[in-house]
Design a protein around this ligand. Structure first.
Ligand code: HEM
Length: 489
């Protein structure tokens, strides 16, 4: 078929899809242009969340917009998100499974992050059970000890810099990746190990190419000609092959009485499902997709939080000094921090909560999808509408956080110094789809951050610029690369 014919089919299909009659009583929103909808309007903004904030000012807390041929509804403010994700969770908990990119990334709708309905329920329930088991009950695989051990490696790596300026982000990512590797594969890697560097490079490649390949999700037919989409599929094939290899290795040495990690736990579940003739058994394909989810959802997010934390320490030395004092008083400098110390270190908890608020790592969470026609605030929301929870609109709501652009850990402290909790603190989202790794992320954040702060004083290196506080827009809002000076205390 000639290129012209393909182009004509593309244009006519997109025209048809985008000029169909707008369903009645949708939430208000911009009409958009044929073919592209509001894509051009949104492209004017450096950050998606700025565009969403502007539309919110025009159309209110619940608005709709069309991007290509997909209808989106955006929820702003805590109340609207809560009403949908908690009040009507039976309608708002699916993922947009029909999209081509999503299919490629999710092993055809499997795993946790990208699945829906019964597949999602069984995968999430199983993964939750394993996390609980490894975090709390299995002493051998106790995650706290593993994170403490990895903190020692991280401190060693910082030490090797011998007071010279360096970029902390690659080391932090190596440490965080090792926690996921330990949990899933039962092993850690040297920070420059070739095998894991290649694998993490593929994960990173997907993250970068996803934004370019996203066109196939708003105009699906584009997938036949999209180079970024083809690149994405190639990365995903290699990622799934890597996971298959790890599963095969585990099968060779599998012992049902010695569950070493997530893959072993999964193998045991797959075997016992065969014996019990379970109706919805977990399969190898579910396992590959779930492993991939841990790597995609559990590394960059946590590494971003830690990378921001050091930026705030070097730009706010008075906060750093207070944290040093607290650590000296409660833990001292010779023994390692442990999770039980956190209760006596509320200022550190408040600082971490403020970092998660101000950094808003995942400003629109992951897209949800409506599983059946429903209504919200009197508006009709048709089946398969993609729903974006605009978490940043909550985390920067000036009614809850006065002067939200300011970094102020004190927001999270009561007058008596105890922690002040807010329902509106939603960096991990809310409802059934709330981040599965919230507890693990907080454990890592506390232990890595406190271990680094216990051992080092941080500052902007001489003759280096202060870090740029404007984030890079990718899948998460991450800091631009920066240099730091770490001095042993
Ligand atoms: C600071 C670190 C982290 C942040 C800010 C974060 C944030 C989020 C957000 C906003 C979502 C989407 C929720 C929604 O769709 O409404 C999510 C989902 C998810 N996160 Fe995290 N996350 C972090 C760390 C982790 C870690 C360490 C893991 C590893 C286990 C993890 C695993 C997941 C999974 C599996 C999902 C999908 C849940 C589902 O669809 O049911 N996350 N996370």
């Amino acid at each position: 078929m000639s290129v012209y014919l393909i182009a004509l089919i593309l244009i006519l299909s997109a025209w048809y899809l985008t000029t169909r009659k707008r369903p009645k009583n949708l939430p208000p929103g911009p009409k958009g242009l044929p073919l592209v909808g509001s894509v051009l309007t949104m492209r004017k903004f450096e950050y998606l969340h700025d565009g969403l904030e502007q539309l919110r000012r025009e159309y209110g807390d619940v608005f709709s917009l069309r991007l290509g041929c997909r209808l989106f509804v955006v929820l702003n403010g805590y109340e609207a998100i809560r009403e949908a994700f908690i009040g009507k969770s039976e309608f708002f908990s699916d993922r947009p499974g029909m999209l081509s990119m999503w299919q490629a990334v999710t092993n055809n709708g499997k795993g946790i992050v990208g699945s829906s309905g019964a597949t999602w329920k069984k995968s999430r329930k199983f993964a939750q059970g394993v996390l609980r088991q490894f975090g709390i009950t299995t002493r051998k695989a106790n995650l706290e000890h593993r994170i403490q051990e990895e903190s020692r490696y991280l401190v060693e790596e910082f030490d090797k810099k011998k007071d010279k300026p360096f970029e902390p982000e690659p080391l932090i990512t190596g440490a965080v990746a090792n926690i996921i590797c330990s949990l899933v594969f039962g092993q850690r890697y040297a920070y420059d190990d070739a095998e894991i560097t290649k694998f993490l490079g593929l994960v990173d490649g997907v993250v970068h190419v996803s934004l370019k390949a996203a066109a196939v999700d708003v105009i699906p037919i584009v997938r036949h000609v999209s180079a970024p989409y083809k690149e994405l599929v190639s990365y995903m094939t290699q990622i799934f092959n890597f996971c298959k290899g790890k599963i095969d290795e585990h099968r060779q040495s599998f012992d049902p009485d010695d569950i070493r990690d997530f893959i072993d736990a999964y193998l045991k579940e797959v075997e016992s499902a065969k014996e019990t003739d379970a109706e919805q058994p977990l399969t190898d394909a579910d396992m590959e997709a779930a492993i991939k989810d841990f790597f995609f959802a559990g590394i960059e997010t946590t590494a971003i939080a830690l990378t921001w934390s050091l930026i705030y320490m070097i730009t706010r030395p008075e906060i750093q000094a207070r944290i040093h004092d607290d650590i000296d008083r409660v833990i001292g400098r010779s023994r390692q921090p442990r999770l039980s110390d956190e209760e006596e270190l509320p200022y550190i908890t408040a600082t971490m909560m403020e970092i998660l608020r101000i950094a808003t790592i995942s400003p629109t969470a992951a897209p949800h999808c409506v599983s059946a026609d429903t209504e919200l605030r009197g508006y009709h929301i048709p089946k398969e509408t993609i729903v974006l929870p605009h978490l940043r609109s909550v985390l920067y709501d000036p009614k809850i956080w006065p002067e939200p652009e300011k970094f102020e850990p004190e927001r999270f402290l009561n007058e008596d110094g105890t922690i002040k909790k807010f329902d509106e603190h939603v960096p991990f989202s809310v409802g059934n789809r709330i981040c599965l790794g919230e507890h693990l992320a907080k454990m890592e954040f506390f232990l890595f951050f406190t271990s680094l702060m216990q051992q080092f004083s941080f500052r902007i290196p001489d003759n280096y610029p202060a870090p740029d506080m404007k984030p890079l827009f990718g899948v998460g809002l991450k800091p631009k690369s920066y240099y730091i000076h770490a001095e042993r205390r």
